[in-house]
Ligand binder design. Sequence first.
Ligand code: DHK
Length: 146
Amino acid sequence: MSKPIYVLNGPNLNRLGLREPDIYGHTTLAEVESLCRAASGEVGLVFHQSNSEHELIDWIHEAIDNSSGMIINPAAFTFTSMAIMDALKMYPFPLIEFHISNVHKREPMYHHSLVSPIATAVLAGMGARGYGYAVQLLRDMIADRS
Ligand code: DHK
């Protein structure tokens, strides 16, 4: 039995559905979790969100020892956190960087990700439904390695 997939979400994503719906849509974080669990099939799934950098880092460390792949939406920490970048450098399994919006179409401060050079794949602009696609893609990446 493979270890679970981790789906980690960064700051302000707890406000999905209410937060700038013209950018992030109306899907709530709870609905995103349901999307992920529906797509995960028989593979276990650990789903977390935090507004705290240290919690995200602790979950990344946990995932190093307890997962088979990771999807992370670091949100604003994508562009600011060398601490999260350094933690992800230790992650040895398939890693998908995920953004609801197309960060490359947005303001310049959203254009330089510290995570992208480390990620196996980067998905952006698909909206919240993209989380389901990301889980399916990660399952395939994990299967390719076995
Ligand atoms: C979410 C955020 O909170 C922003 O800070 C990112 C990302 C974009 C998203 O599109 O999911 O820049």
